[in-house]
Design a protein around this ligand. Sequence first.
Ligand code: HMG
Ligand code: MG
Length: 310
Amino acid sequence: MSNKILKNLPPKVRIVEVGPRDGLQNEKTIISLVDKFNFIKNLNAAGLHEIEANSFVRADKIPQMKDSVELYELLKNDPSFSGTRLISLVPNMKGMEAALNAGVQDIAVFTSTSNTFNQKNINATIDESLVRIEEVMKVAASNKIRTRGYISTVFGCPYEGKTSLQELNRVAHKLQDLGVYEISLGDTIGIANPKQVTEVIEYLSKDFTLDFFSMHFHDTRGMAVANILASLEMGMTSFDSSAGGLGGCPYAIGASGNVATEDLYFLFSSMGIETGIDIKKLAVATSLILSKLNRESPSKYLKAYLSSGH
Ligand code: HMG
Ligand code: MG
């Protein structure tokens, strides 16, 4: 019997840590500036060198991100981040101006495949958001700022249900034409299943090389690791995750955290795939921020690791 499953695994994967932004943005307990800074510093020390640190959005909409300017000020003056990509989420020109003033070098722009979600999230249709992104990216390019793109609701929308692959293709092409260095494909509400993930990747692979994408799974229904495995099988090697599985989008009803970075660490490292993560240091980083949030992590691996050491 021939079995091709899990036979062609890559030697290493790339992990983009989104805990300080996607992870914290939905947490009710406001984390102090110094605790956020220490969280990011600890993540960097744990071997995570692409970290989404903050967002320049309306403070009344996302109160946790209200000190993004001050946070970036601390980060950019700390030499331990030399060589680390610190990414700031930017929705429009007002956010871009704040990001420029703060001196950021990496931004992420975001839109989706659902007009309803986009309206609720950023008060703009998909096409309106693409016009804003174009403006933002012109300024970014002239300031040598690198831009990552996000597409949300790729696998389903909390308001519109199933979303269109044709729309995904159109938006991905537009972001590519505008010059993003990669696109993160968001399962915003954790509704994807491995078969669907395979189909979406197969569809996109007709027009794009797979290294143009990172997979961004939320673990709302406990499917994130299965979906990551399906992505890996399809040839994807970049994944977004959040320390401790923190997170969720306030404009996606019921969305819970991103897949936990610890779960990715175990999934990959137990199969001999390098992640660059020092799990001991990551567990310290996560435990500290969880204690500030006064909450537990949903990560089964983190619980096992903390109680058994492996
Ligand atoms: P708006 O209200 O449409 O903006 O907000 P506006 O241009 O109409 O201006 C209204 C007021 O907002 C004005 O102030 C502006 O100055 C101010 P006023 O004159 O009334 O005093 N304003 C801003 N203030 C601070 N920063 C700004 C900004 N822009 C305007 N950038 C906006 C549009 C997008 C800003 C707003 O809707 C917003 O902040 N939304 C929150 C978006 C957000 O952070 N969502 C969560 C992140 S997305 C996500 O989690 C998904 C992802 O993880 C992938 C996945 O999982 O799928 C990425
Ligand atoms: Mg997200």
